[in-house]
Design a protein around this ligand. Structure first.
Ligand SMILES: CC(=O)SCCNC(=O)CCNC(=O)[C@H](O)C(C)(C)COP(=O)(O)OP(=O)(O)OC[C@H]1O[C@@H](n2cnc3c(N)ncnc32)[C@H](O)[C@@H]1OP(=O)(O)O
Ligand SMILES: Nc1ncnc2c1ncn2[C@@H]1O[C@H](COP(=O)(O)OP(=O)(O)OP(=O)(O)O)[C@@H](O)[C@H]1O
Length: 792
């Protein structure tokens, strides 16, 4: 057996090396036997120990070992042999990261139980899906079942049955010899004839695609105008035509999209080095420094080749020509855009759209982004951000990198991983859903079994979820297929999913679990009960049963037609316990709820659909960069009681939060939050006569807000909660109420932010903003003050 496996591994490796593709070897069966075979395989394939990594729970080989939970360390690195020990469980994310790190010519070895038994073997990951009140036995095994099917069906994957001592599939693809790839000697092939960047930047490219990507950055060069016209400046260096910038002054953007490992960061680095070598200041930003390291690596190497490198610190390279490439975190970059000639944003899809929009203030900017990836950076970037880019006035150059750098195009392991983890899932093509309306669609439960059986439906449904959210990961696919607390609902048009909602069962927790939560214990899932219990100190919050809408997404082609609202209404009808007197339906719950990164538009969408805000998180979410809002729509008397008390508590604590943890909350979000609170929670407006005299005196007379802000705050909150038709403040006036009165910002910064010509005018504007409020809410005492000043 061992000899057969060793011979097989050797031929797989030979074929992989010859084709610059990767191959996989599955050693299925007893774990110890698997390790014995593996040791023999590793002894025979000529791979240095430094190029081998074991991803598994124990350090059993003489090579680097990382647990599955830390497989993220492999991102961006490459190995000749990667072993994944899945005997104690498999995290789908770890599988994605492990495959991604196998180099062209390399081998992926999977240690698994017998494939027939593997789906039924529960591991640690399954336990993480067993969210209370569900138990591990409620977790299903469809993800692994599907994985086994794909392992058997795909090319390039050898399977050895260790128990039967037999090679089930040799995984060899026996490809016809192909013509050698691009020759290292013909780099000039891809260099634009009138290139602005140095030839060495093109020489450093590994594929013709990458060279084309570097060329795509040329329009950002200060002298780019020369490349467009055939004018006298054509050709020559960046510096020669630098004056062109002043004459031209156009805003330009480059968007570079690619799957993982196509060399886009390196292309951006070669472009950055080219620009800096000619004296430009290039600001590089990315979600984290780690993402940008390749950019700096290539930029530094190019500057060395060009002999223009003056200094190279870890996050800043200076050139002898006075240029530099430097890294700033996104928030700092946004503050300092003006100082840079060119801005490069790497892994742009992992940044919140609000950040990307702020970055658009730069005149010359490039966005490099992953289309499909293990971090789940989705096509959300293209869909959500593209419109804003198009409206921004930048001339946009697009480039897609298709040719892989680390292995040959068409590599069978990439094809397999994409399919097994649905990394390339996308929604239905636009034309098939273009006619969808709330009347043309059908409400459907997307049963996991149906998704399992119907690959097209699964791809569409998952693709829609990926598209709508930055951080959809392979783990989410497993959750969709196997987690007992999650369910999906959809609107289907002509057989295609046009709108999807992912629902999580929450609450219905035992007194023991609730008590543990109250005492600070972590309970999986149950996001809403958890926040209400642990943070907001409501031990009873986990008792009513609810459904949280974890995510909702409408196909981009058919948004704003009422489909999202229709789906929420259907979900409500399915779960609402309206007939509680007669016991209601089995499935009925006490509340529907949601939690999401708060933007004014989304708050409005949920409010329109009957959801009301009861909490705003005090910190910003790492992924979205936004504060999360929690909203409830009660569906039974228990749900109403839960909602009622939290709404009242929220209204009471929100004004203080505005001067504290939420002092940086965007004014339009504050406005939308208050507007989306249940009106029944509005507290009575209880200003004393003296307080009314202060407010009315400031609105109509010489009084001052600064002497006693509290009554102004009560009045502003009341107005923003209620939004009465009789008072029509302008948006800027409402923002003024938020920033000055609720958030307590100093006058000068308020005037600056809201673009009042001076502090004095800003102060006067605040007085004016309070006039309609005094008119509407004022007592006789207040109106008397007003009338006295109106008469004079
Ligand atoms: C828990 C969560 O999942 S919150 C995250 C929600 N999902 C997303 O952000 C993914 C991307 N967005 C979408 O898929 C959709 O915009 C959804 C799901 C938010 C709304 O679906 P739609 O089918 O467009 O909803 P519907 O047509 O019923 O209502 C649209 C209204 O929602 C509001 N709205 C919500 N989001 C937005 C937005 N990003 N931009 C503009 N308006 C929005 C507007 O009031 C809009 O009305 P309008 O078109 O008259 O301006
Ligand atoms: N021109 C180049 N010269 C040297 N190495 C390169 C070049 N292009 C790419 N590489 C190497 O190939 C690998 C992938 O390149 P890079 O990180 O630029 O690609 P990417 O598309 O940004 O990938 P990922 O999405 O995985 O970050 C890296 O290890 C990088 O060092």
């Amino acid at each position: 057996m061992i000899e057969d496996a060793v011979a097989l591994a050797t031929s797989l490796r030979t074929e992989a090396t010859r084709t610059n593709e990767r191959r996989a070897l599955v050693l299925a069966g007893d774990r110890e036997r698997g390790y014995d075979v593996l040791e023999a395989v590793l002894d025979s394939v000529s791979v240095p120990i430094t190029k081998t990594t074991l991803v598994g729970p124990e350090d059993r080989l003489r090579c680097e070992q990382v647990p599955q939970a830390n497989a993220g360390e492999l991102l961006g690195t490459t190995r000749d042999v990667l072993v994944l020990d899945a005997h104690e469980g498999l995290r789908p994310n770890a599988l994605g990261k492990t495959v991604g790190a196998v180099d062209g010519g390399g081998l992926l070895v999977l240690l698994t139980p017998l494939l027939e038994e593997w789906p039924g073997r529960r591991g640690a990951f399954d336990e993480s899906l067993a969210v209370p009140p569900f138990s591990p036995s409620d977790v299903t095994s469809r993800f692994r079942g599907r994985l086994v099917e794909t392992l058997r069906a795909h090319r390039g994957i050898a399977i050895v049955d260790l128990e039967a001592g037999r090679v089930e599939d040799d995984g060899l693809t026996n490809p016809a010899p192909r013509l050698a790839g691009r020759d290292a000697e013909d780099p000039a092939l891809e260099m634009p004839p009138d290139h602005l960047f140095p030839a060495q930047a093109y020489d450093a490219c590994l594929t013709s695609d990458q060279a084309a990507a570097v060329a795509a950055f040329e329009p950002l060069a200060p002298g780019a105008r020369a490349r467009e016209g055939d004018g006298p400046d054509a050709g020559g260096s960046v510096a020669d035509s630098r004056d062109g910038q002043d004459q031209d002054g156009r805003q330009r953007a480059v968007v570079l999209e690619a799957d993982r490992g196509r060399g886009k960061s390196s292309a951006a680095g070669l472009a950055a080095g080219s620009l800096a070598s000619d004296g430009a200041d290039v600001l590089v930003t990315a979600p984290g420094w780690r993402n940008a390291e390749e950019v700096f690596g290539r930029a530094r190497e190019l500057c060395e080749t060009l002999e223009v490198l003056e200094t190279a610190e870890s996050r800043r390279i200076r050139t002898t020509g006075g240029g530099c490439v430097y890294f700033l975190e996104p928030a700092a970059a946004i503050e300092r855009l003006e100082a840079a000639d060119v801005v490069i944003v790497d892994e742009a899809a992992a940044l919140p759209v609000a950040r990307l929009e702020a970055l658009l203030a730069a005149d010359r900017i490039a966005f490099a982004t992953t289309i499909h990836g293990y971090e789940g950076a989705g096509r959300g970037f293209s869909v959500r951000f593209r419109d804003r880019l198009a409206d921004s006035g930048h001339e946009v150059t697009d480039r897609t990198l298709a040719e892989p750098i680390r292995y040959a195009a068409g590599d069978p392991l990439e094809v397999w991983a994409f399919r097994a983890l649905l990394l390339d899932a996308r929604p239905t093509v636009d034309s098939l859903v273009a006619d969808a309306t709330p009347d043309s669609v059908e409400y459907r439960r997307l049963e996991p079994d149906d998704l399992f059986d119907d690959e097209q439906r699964l791809r569409e449904a998952f693709g829609l979820l990926v598209l709508a959210h930055y951080r959809t990961e392979p783990n989410d696919l497993a959750r969709l297929l196997d987690a007992p607390n999650l369910e999906a609902r959809a609107l289907v048009h002509d057989g295609h999913v046009v709108c999807i909602a992912l629902l999580a069962r929450e609450g219905g927790l035992s007194p023991g679990t609730r008590g543990a939560m109250y005492e600070g214990g972590r309970v999986r899932g149950n996001m809403l009960p958890d926040v209400l219990t642990r943070q907001l100190r409501d031990e009873g919050a986990g008792e009513p049963r609810g459904v949280r809408i974890v995510r909702i997404a409408t196909h981009h082609e058919v948004r704003s037609r009422g489909l999202g609202s229709r789906l929420l209404e259907c979900v409500h009808d399915e779960f609402a316990d309206d007939d509680e007197d007669i016991g209601g339906e089995d499935d009925a719950v006490d509340w529907l709820g949601t939690g999401f990164g708060a933007t004014p538009e989304l708050l409005e969408f949920w409010r329109e659909n009957g959801y009301r805000t009861i909490h705003v998180s005090t910190t910003r979410n790492d992924a979205s960069g936004e504060h999360s809002a929690l909203m409830l729509r009660p569906t039974s008397s228990e749900g109403r009681s839960l909602h009622g008390r939290h709404a009242e508590w929220f209204v009471r604590r929100f004004p203080t939060l505005c001067t504290d943890a939420l002092a940086d909350l965007e004014p339009d979000v504050v406005r939308a939050v208050l507007r989306s609170v249940d009106e029944r929670a509005t507290p009575p407006l209880d200003l004393s006569d003296h307080e009314w005299r202060i407010v009315a005196g400031a609105a109509y007379g010489p009084g001052l807000f600064d002497v006693d802000p509290a009554p102004f705050r009560d009045l502003a909150v009341r107005y923003l909660l209620e939004d009465p038709d009789a008072v029509a403040l302008e948006e800027r006036q409402e923002r003024l109420l938020v920033v000055r009165v609720l958030q307590g910002r100093p006058w000068a910064s308020v005037a600056d932010r809201l673009e009042y010509p001076s502090t004095r005018q800003c102060m006067r504007a605040l007085g004016h903003a309070f006039r309609p409020l005094v008119d509407h809410y004022g007592t006789n005492e207040a109106l008397a003050v007003r009338d006295r000043f109106l008469e004079t």
